[in-house]
Design a binder for this molecule. Sequence first.
Ligand SMILES: NC(=O)c1ccc[n+]([C@@H]2O[C@H](COP(=O)([O-])OP(=O)(O)OC[C@H]3O[C@@H](n4cnc5c(N)ncnc54)[C@H](OP(=O)(O)O)[C@@H]3O)[C@@H](O)[C@H]2O)c1
Length: 259
Amino acid sequence: MKVEKFKKSIFGLVGKEISYSFSKKFFIEKFKKESIRHITYEIFDIPKIEDILWIFKNPYFKGCNVTIPYKTSIIPFLTEIMPEAKSIGSVNVVKIIHDQHNSRRIIGSNTDVLGFELSFKKDMKKFSCHNAMAALILGTGGVSKSISFILRKLKIPYKYVSRKKKNKDFFVYEELNKNLIKNYKIIINCTPLGTYPMVNSCPPLPYQYLSSSHYLYDVVYNPSKTLFLKKGEENGAMIRNGLEMLRIQAEESWKIWNS
Ligand SMILES: NC(=O)c1ccc[n+]([C@@H]2O[C@H](COP(=O)([O-])OP(=O)(O)OC[C@H]3O[C@@H](n4cnc5c(N)ncnc54)[C@H](OP(=O)(O)O)[C@@H]3O)[C@@H](O)[C@H]2O)c1
């Protein structure tokens, strides 16, 4: 660990209405466990993305995680963007490098993709040998772009499910019937439905048609078993929450800041 390099460094999470943060807890515990001193991880709860310019001005600020709703709107404030993040259109990690000429590089990356890919692929080893693969992605926001990027990479056909009909490649929830649920064995929740404290909500699916040949992945991690996952499990489906994805993306952020 190149700790010296990080003397008097500030990292943090940039987002809006983010009083609860897994990331802050994760990094504070990590710094304590690994005796990393002189580094802080702060919450930057900003009402508009333009406020990032004030944060970037701090000479000790070396990077951040980015969350809802700024993963796309931060892109114009970067000086560089990694190819994967560019093609997804979503940045969840920013690294700042000051070079000898006192100019500043602000580099955006996406580690959500790797977090999803590693956790999902592990399950697919068990799941795919028994089942034909096609996926439904619930929601069409920031994280769903990272998920669809990986499904394309793994050559798993998918369709989005949205509240509004966008074109023929999108289903709306009302269209999901027994036949469709039978044909799409992988269902990935990329909506915030079911997140604490709204634990009694879940995406409106005909859950009664799920079976032991289905796999449900929820990017939500709080609570650890959302109503979506509970209903899947009750019908015999294999389930996974978003906690491992979150841990992996956080570890990957640290690797980027420390490289
Ligand atoms: N585990 C992880 O590492 C991880 C990483 C990133 C994000 N997340 C979680 O993923 C969730 C989504 O994040 P995001 O950045 O993609 O958010 P987002 O950009 O706001 O997108 C969420 C999407 O969900 C759908 N949606 C929103 N409210 C809904 C409602 N009331 N009913 C049905 N659908 C609704 C919308 O799609 P339509 O308009 O098309 O219906 C929306 O585009 C959040 O809870 C976040 O905490 C987890």
